[in-house]
Design a protein around this ligand. Structure first.
Ligand SMILES: Cc1cc2nc3c(=O)[nH]c(=O)nc-3n(C[C@H](O)[C@H](O)[C@H](O)COP(=O)(O)O)c2cc1C
Length: 269
């Protein structure tokens, strides 16, 4: 119902033009802006999921270990590159877990910290609100996982199948035409999505900026983890947002795709 509504209300390029200036102005923190009290923020945080629960899908436990990352951080940072040739390559569950955990996994439970009622993660997060969710598409390269779209649960260290089957065609249609071939050439495609209200309730329009900044932190961790594991990594902004939201089952307003990161075979030496 909602899908059909917003599909029909897509703005043309002219009507959406230049709204970024107004948006950026409205998203500045001013000296006279009233902040919410800590009590209100903590009460709101108590209502937030750590990550979406997908109660109808049985969690598939991920390994508790990390795959070894070879090389010094400074070497890995300098080696990161968009691969010239993109080809799929098998990925073990431990390698997948390593990428997901380093991307957005939990590192501290904060059980003894009354001022931080939620666990913290590998990335910093404005207000510790963690507005992002991670999904991925396994087109058949992940060892032991059936074909389909999965959601990553950092608190369970598990993944949950949200849509079973081959979605290569749908992903190809969701990519801008010049790169639709990537759908079948990437081993795993990670989707970084945002539930904006988790940040916006506290930081108003600036909270929207915070979700984008956080997606950058997560994406860079994915880039460095994949590079450190000897894999290729493609960062993808050229997608049709509505198509990808539809595929993931997101309403596109409260919850929407921000970024796609595809894992593939590393450069052949
Ligand atoms: C936000 C963002 C979106 C991008 N989108 C695409 C994309 O859709 N397709 C693509 O081939 N590369 C994409 N790239 C990769 C850039 O083209 C690439 O990083 C840039 O050319 C620099 O090359 P390097 O990654 O090898 O350093 C994107 C990069 C960023 C940061």
């Amino acid at each position: 119902m909602l899908n059909s509504l917003w599909n029909k209300t897509e703005l043309d390029t002219d009507s959406a033009d230049m709204s970024w200036e107004q948006f950026h102005e409205s998203a500045k923190t001013g000296h006279y802006d009233a902040a919410l009290s800590n009590e209100v923020v903590l009460a709101e945080m108590a209502n937030l999921y750590e990550s979406l629960p997908y109660k109808n899908s049985v969690p598939i436990a991920l390994p508790s270990t990390l795959a070894p990352i070879a090389g010094a951080l400074s070497d890995i940072m300098q080696a990161r590159v968009t691969p010239r040739e993109v080809a799929p390559h098998p990925i073990s569950l431990t390698q997948l877990r390593t990428i997901l955990h380093l991307a957005y996994g939990e590192t501290r439970d904060n059980k003894d910290n009354p001022y931080a009622p939620r666990p913290f993660r590998t990335v910093p997060s404005g207000g510790g609100l963690y507005p992002l969710e991670l999904y991925f598409y396994n087109g058949g390269q992940v060892d032991g996982l059936a074909l389909g779209i999965y959601h990553y649960s950092p608190s369970l260290n598990a993944v949950q199948l949200t849509k079973s089957g081959d979605f290569t065609k749908e992903i190809a249609e969701g990519l801008v035409e010049f790169q639709s071939h990537l759908a079948s050439q990437l081993s795993v495609i990670i989707f970084i999505t945002a539930m904006f209200q988790r940040s916006v309730f506290k930081y108003r329009n600036k909270g929207y900026r915070f979700t984008l900044l956080e997606a950058g932190h997560v994406a860079q961790n994915i880039n460095l983890a994949a590079t450190g594991l000897g894999m290729g990594i493609m960062n993808i902004g050229g997608f049709y947002d509505r198509k990808i939201d539809d595929l993931l089952g997101l309403d596109g307003i409260n919850h929407s795709i921000l970024y796609m990161n595809g894992i593939c075979r590393g450069e052949q030496k």
